[in-house]
Design a protein around this ligand. Structure first.
Ligand code: ZN
Length: 373
């Protein structure tokens, strides 16, 4: 009987606004009491759908002390406590748990107004001993920004944009990347270079290098080109599904490196788009903040106007599991900027502005313990 009352109260768990409040009040103190494997009380609430046992998400939330959050636009449901973070998606069997993708082996369902999750989710949540450690590890990594991956765009047989005033994007951005590396290293940062010579690196390999490095930040450096000779200025991009025609055009141009890859078309790992969205939205706020921080230094140090800080679908950013930005440091199609980009002193200033932006961000980031929390 008691359980029936429970469902009466919590059964609409997925109607978020009301429930978040309810749960926030109801579950305080719930977390520390239940760090071991799920108990019988929770399993008693399970129901069978086909061959799979499911538990109402509301019960799971109550038991583990999760509150649900959604932005009302996306179907993704975020489950949060003070230290924990999980994301699930009705219809999908994937869950994002501490930034890692886990397979529930059966999809999350919505039945009769209730969100039902496979009991396999409890095994993931039940790994309580590992979870706080993972959270602590992740948090300590994220609140101390110590390592940066620098990705010089293009290379080898992919020249990138060609300047009508001489020079190729691949060489210009490589020179800037090396200068950024030097400046960051001198400030005690660990720097991983995606390429340290003029060679072609497939986009997929670029983000694999980044992920293996477990760095705190990924910065891809590019120079832009436009049919409009008047176009000039600094642009920064972060990964997003929301984009306009302009950012789409830039992304298409940068993604064109895929065409230089030999053999089969490069493909992202076979995970659906929404799942990627779940993953990269983890870092979107940090990515935007650092883009703004660098843009501020471009303006302060070099008087370079910021054209855009925008979201776009860049393949190289899409696989990166950390805050990630792509910088377009200027237009090779613009007479003034193309001439400037040929000048080593100007490239040094650009590198210093990028580094100042990163260091300023780091200072604020470490003071606030990260922007996303
Ligand atoms: Zn480029």
């Amino acid at each position: 009987m008691k359980r029936v009352v429970f469902f009466g109260i919590f059964g609409n768990c997925f109607r978020r606004a009301a429930v978040v409040l309810l749960l926030a009040v109801s579950v305080a103190g719930c977390v520390s009491r239940h760090q071991s494997a799920p108990n019988k009380e929770l399993l008693q609430a399970s129901v069978r759908v086909g061959k799979v046992r499911y538990i109402p998400l509301a019960e799971v939330c109550r038991y583990y002390g999760f509150t649900e959050e959604g932005d009302g636009l996306s179907p993704i449901i975020s489950l949060k406590t003070g230290v924990s973070s999980a994301k699930i998606l009705p219809g999908s069997s994937w869950v994002l748990w501490y930034g890692q993708v886990r397979d529930l082996r059966a999809p999350v369902l919505v039945r009769g107004g209730q969100t039902l999750v496979p009991v396999s989710l409890l095994q993931i949540f039940g790994q309580a001993a590992a979870a706080p450690a993972a959270a602590a590890d992740r948090d300590s990594r994220r609140v101390s920004l110590r390592s940066v991956v620098i990705d010089a765009g293009h290379g080898g047989h992919d020249p990138g944009a060609l300047s009508s005033f001489g020079g190729a994007e691949k060489d210009i951005v490589f020179d800037i990347a090396v200068r950024v590396q030097k400046e960051l290293s001198e400030r005690g940062m660990t720097v991983v270079m995606v390429r340290s010579e003029d060679r072609f690196v497939p986009l997929e390999e670029r983000y694999a290098i980044a992920n293996r490095s477990k760095a705190d930040l990924f910065v891809s450096i590019h120079a832009n080109s436009s049919r409009s000779a008047a176009a000039q200025g600094f642009e920064a991009y972060y990964l997003s599904d929301e984009y306009d025609d302009f950012s789409k055009a830039v992304a298409e141009r940068e993604n064109a490196a895929l065409a230089f890859e030999q053999g089969a078309a490069a493909s992202l790992p076979d995970i659906n788009a929404t799942l990627w969205d779940m993953m990269f939205s983890e870092y979107r706020i940090e990515s935007i903040e650092i883009a703004r921080s660098i843009a501020a230094e471009m303006k302060r140090m070099l008087k370079i106007p910021t054209r855009y800080i925008k979201g776009a679908k860049f393949v190289v950013l899409k696989g990166v599991r950390m805050p990630a930005i792509l910088l377009e440091v200027g237009y090779l199609s613009n007479r003034y900027e193309a001439a400037q980009l040929k000048n080593p002193f100007y490239r040094q200033m650009l590198a210093e502005a990028i580094v100042a932006g990163i260091m300023n961000y780091r200072q604020r980031f470490e003071m606030t313990g990260g922007f996303s929390r």
